[in-house]
Design a protein around this ligand. Structure first.
Ligand SMILES: NC(=O)C1=CN([C@@H]2O[C@H](COP(=O)(O)OP(=O)(O)OC[C@H]3O[C@@H](n4cnc5c(N)ncnc54)[C@H](O)[C@@H]3O)[C@@H](O)[C@H]2O)[C@@H](O)CC1
Ligand SMILES: [K+]
Length: 251
């Protein structure tokens, strides 16, 4: 099932967009207006780390956190979050599905993570890892078909454990436009989506839905034809979204 809108807890209506529209937002930002990908990913990773700290509450920073990252932009955001968690004294272990396939910004994120106190573990160590919180940054909006290979292995590991999972952008394995999963997929307790919510996020796999500001200015949205309320992030860099069912969420 897909939706056209979500709503903030204060009642603001937020439009939902497709993967194709989000790609166009990204393209206009990167090629025409800014911010660049490094800037956006930094904000995504930092907000994701802050959400994790908030969810762990008193158990932070002694609670073991496992961050699972894929090879694309979603993985890059997860690696960036792992760096922020490690920088702030967290007990972090990062597992990258295939480090040899990282390139560009995500590869730079991994190199930077190597300068922290966080651990890097191979996929073969998964069975030995303990987690009180798992960050799912395996697959984002570029999922094509059913999750396969190491990505599917990481998704199955998350599904077999009891630790809550926080997904970046979309639960891995779920199509961000249609909300459908053709194979293994993550059932998140929380999902932090980026910039604008996607039409496929009205799925039970999403858990509590958050929207993070990644610094995209209104000129980008104007060029793409997306109408976001200017009041959306007046209270912070992250806002909770609910399904837009009538007056749900209004006080
Ligand atoms: N504004 C932006 O552009 C930003 C994007 N970010 C993230 O980047 C994501 C998009 O990045 P990408 O386009 O690189 O793509 P993804 O990170 O969504 O995934 C790309 C990787 O997934 C693999 N893949 C695709 N379908 C698969 C399947 N069925 N089974 C196994 N592997 C599969 C591809 O081979 C590729 O290696 C977004 O979802 C978002 O989370 C953020 O990190 C930062 C800012
Ligand atoms: K994900």
């Amino acid at each position: 099932m897909t939706v056209d809108t979500f709503r903030t807890l204060t009642g603001l209506v937020v439009p939902a967009i497709t993967t194709e529209q989000m790609r166009e937002v990204d393209r206009v930002a990167v090629e025409e207006v800014g911010p660049n990908l490094y800037q956006m990913m930094e904000k995504a990773g930092r907000s994701l780390a802050a959400l994790c700290v908030g969810l762990l509450g008193d158990r932070w920073p002694s609670a073991p956190i496992v961050v699972l990252a894929g090879t694309g932009g979603n993985g890059g955001g997860g690696i960036c979050a792992a760096r922020h968690l490690a920088n702030h004294g967290g007990d972090v272990t990062l597992v990258v599905s295939d480090p040899t396939r990282l390139h560009g910004v995500p590869a730079d994120q991994l190199a930077l993570y190597g300068a922290t106190r966080g651990r890097l573990a191979p996929v073969s160590d998964l069975g030995e890892l303990e987690a009180e919180l798992v960050v799912d940054a395996v697959l984002g909006y570029s999922l094509c078909g059913a999750a396969h290979g190491t990505a599917a292995e990481l998704i199955r590991w998350m599904s077999s454990g009891t630790a809550p999972v926080v997904s970046l952008d979309v639960p891995s394995g779920v199509d961000s436009t249609t909300g459908m999963a053709l194979g293994a997929y993550v059932r998140a307790t929380n999902t932090m989506t980026l910039a604008v919510p996607k039409t496929g996020l009205d799925s039970d796999a999403v858990g509590a839905l958050w929207l993070a500001d990644i610094g995209i200015p209104r000129e980008v949205y104007r060029r793409v034809g997306v109408q976001l309320s200017e009041g959306l992030f007046t209270t912070g860099y992250r806002v909770r979204l609910t399904k837009d069912a009538g007056n749900e969420g209004c006080g």
